[in-house]
Design a protein around this ligand. Structure first.
Ligand code: HEC
Length: 125
């Protein structure tokens, strides 16, 4: 193979690969960009919302400054599950009335599943 063809192939590959990767699946990390203004997943203190590392399995409202609404939801429903998170993220205000998360929700169920998977992939170490 001559050098020009090799260079051409190398260029097409670097262009083609990211496009394929982005087109195939919704990336949970990308959906989490919507949450990042208020949440972290690094085990730290979080921002205006709590850190979400290991949130699945944890009691709703188990963080400083949680609203009574979030604590009450936890008392009534138990720890966060994937199903509970799916409902909450679809309609935060309808699912936990009176909670303080100023976020309208995610309509697309694939996007919700992707961000839930992202949270599952970020457990407590
Ligand atoms: C504008 C800020 C903001 C955005 C954006 C936001 N949240 Fe929140 N979130 C909050 C606040 C504030 C709370 C605490 C609510 C309360 O105590 O009533 C919260 C609570 C939560 C909780 C409950 C945590 C616990 O430990 O019980 C989860 C889960 C959550 N958010 C997930 C998300 C996800 C996932 C996204 C992105 C798709 C998101 N949030 C976007 C501010 C935000």
């Amino acid at each position: 193979m001559n050098a020009r063809i090799a260079a051409f192939l190398a260029t097409s590959l670097t262009i083609a690969l990211p496009i394929t990767a982005a087109g195939a699946d919704v990336s949970g990390e990308k959906v989490f960009l919507k949450c990042q203004a208020c949440h972290t997943v690094d085990g730290g203190k979080g921002r205006i919302g709590p850190d979400l590392q290991g949130v699945i399995g944890r009691m709703p409202g188990d963080f400083g400054r949680a609203s009574d609404a979030m604590n009450g939801y936890g008392e009534a429903n138990g720890p966060w599950t994937e199903e509970a998170l799916d409902k909450f993220l679809e309609d935060p205000r309808g699912t936990v009335p009176g909670n303080r998360m100023a976020f309208p929700g995610i309509r697309d169920s694939d996007d919700r599943q992707a961000v839930i998977q992202f949270l599952l992939d970020n457990p407590k170490p």
